[in-house]
Ligand binder design. Structure first.
Ligand code: PLP
Length: 440
């Protein structure tokens, strides 16, 4: 039976509220690769929820860990207090993090992880007596959540325009998407590494490098339509930051926890940043949680800059290290390791790539780009109606094909749970292909 819930009172996020409420798309349960709707239909999840349920939905081990913790201790204050699970969760996270990144600050989501990392970067330079380094550099089409810090370094006009003058002292790199040279690339694009040189040529020339605290990028830009780093691009960013004493922050809220077939994109690319922001797959999305994983000497700079009984960093949240979230982190990382899910994603990636590129040549398909278990399919927009074509494909996939996809502008973005199998991959791309052919 369709749900008859009153939809008036909930103001939905990033949603066309009136359109949704005119024909609600309600999900009521989930298991493994599937959601179930209120009218009893199974929906194959091509997006791991929102790039987050990497081990599939309602994994029994994660469910059990949360249930046990909810009945044992629901909450514990974390300011000047502690509980063991938060420390165990930090150690579990460090066990899969790149070497040298071994101090963890917990928060509640990706937006808070970004704001936390930006604050740590600014304060780090200050505690080392370098108060000049106050500038932050993000990137066009970057998505770093919705806090004021995140929208300032982010590069999405629509997310910024209504909210005044965000942070001062922020600048942006150009994004590296270039379909004219890289359309239908399989894996990393060949062309565009030189765009990273702009950091030095333009931005640092404009703002003396000694004024820059940090550069923040998503190694692979997900939310604005799967923008891949050209070969060598991230290595160049790392080298320029090193040369000028600038911290490099990777926002791995999407790319963390196996999405590219390695623990983090940093491992996949062999480029280690100074801090990693993560969330989503951290708990397999079963409880909200975010984290910043920090290089030890950055953490240590705070410890040595103040007296032993002083609070070294004036930052934190009521729910930092929340017991239910901490239990979920430990269980999720255990599942990722125990089921070898990151290797599984790497092994499945070539099949996923072939299936994605089988859409080449179908009506309206301008580009297909992929890496690991991520794929972007860019469509020709309908003249005068940006985003309408992709949204129509989304609706038809949902209502007619029983497949959940995600769209951003006229780009379809896919990021299935890492447990997806070959027939399910065929079904996701088959559904998109059928809808595109029918639209023609
Ligand atoms: N950073 C990146 C790269 C993201 O993709 C997202 C969300 O999709 C965020 C930050 C924000 O995370 P949250 O929605 O958990 O605040």
């Amino acid at each position: 039976m369709p749900n008859t819930v009153n939809t008036d009172h909930f103001w939905m996020p990033f949603t066309a509220n009136r359109q949704f409420k005119s024909r609600p798309r309600m999900l009521v349960s989930a298991s493994g690769m599937y959601y179930k709707t209120d009218d009893g239909r199974e929906i194959l999840d091509g997006t791991a929820g929102l790039w987050c349920s990497n081990a599939g939905h309602c994994h029994p081990k994660i469910v059990a860990a949360i249930q046990k913790q909810a009945a044992t201790m629901d909450f514990a204050p974390m300011f000047q207090m502690g509980h063991p699970l938060a420390f165990e969760a930090a150690s579990a996270l460090v066990s899969i993090a790149p070497e040298g990144l071994n101090r963890v600050f917990f928060c509640n989501d990706g937006s808070e992880a970004v704001d936390t990392a930006l604050k740590i970067a600014l304060a780090y330079h200050q505690v080392r007596g370098n108060g000049l380094r106050t500038r932050l550099i993000g990137r066009e089409r970057g998505y770093h959540g919705v806090g004021f810090g995140g929208i300032a370094v982010g590069g999405i006009a629509g997310n910024r325009k209504n909210f005044g003058a965000t942070l001062a002292g922020v600048d942006h790199l150009r994004h590296p998407l270039d379909i004219s040279r890289n359309a239908f690339s399989r894996g990393l694009p060949e062309h565009g590494a030189e765009i990273a040189d702009e950091l030095e040529q333009r931005l640092l020339a404009l703002h003396d490098p000694a004024t820059v605290a940090a550069v923040i990028v998503e190694p692979l830009q997900g939310s604005t339509g799967v923008i891949l780093p050209p070969k060598g691009y991230l290595q160049k960013l790392r080298a320029i930051c090193d040369k000028h004493g600038i911290l490099l922050i990777f926002d791995e809220v999407i790319t963390g926890f196996g999405r590219l077939g390695a623990s983090f994109a940093a491992d996949y690319f062999g480029v280690v940043p100074d801090m990693i922001c993560c969330a989503k797959g951290l708990t397999n999305a079963a409880v909200p949680m975010g984290a910043v994983i920090v290089r030890q000497d950055i953490h240590d700079a705070f410890m040595s800059a103040s007296a032993e009984n002083a609070i070294e960093l004036a930052h934190g949240y009521t729910y930092t290290g929340h017991p239910l979230a901490a239990a979920a982190v430990i269980a999720a990382i255990d599942v990722y390791k125990g089921e070898n899910l990151f290797d599984r994603a790497a092994a499945m990636a070539p099949y996923f790539e072939d299936a994605a590129h089988s859409l080449k040549g179908l009506p309206y398909v301008k580009d297909v780009r992929n890496l690991g278990l991520v794929c972007g399919i860019e469509l020709e927009p309908i003249a005068g109606k940006p985003a309408a074509r992709a949204f129509d494909v989304f609706l038809k996939c949902f209502w007619e094909q029983g497949v959940l996809i995600r769209t951003t502008g006229d780009i379809i973005a896919l990021s299935p749970p890492l447990i997806i199998d070959k027939p399910q991959i065929d079904r996701v791309f088959g559904a998109i292909g059928d809808v595109l052919k029918a639209q023609h």
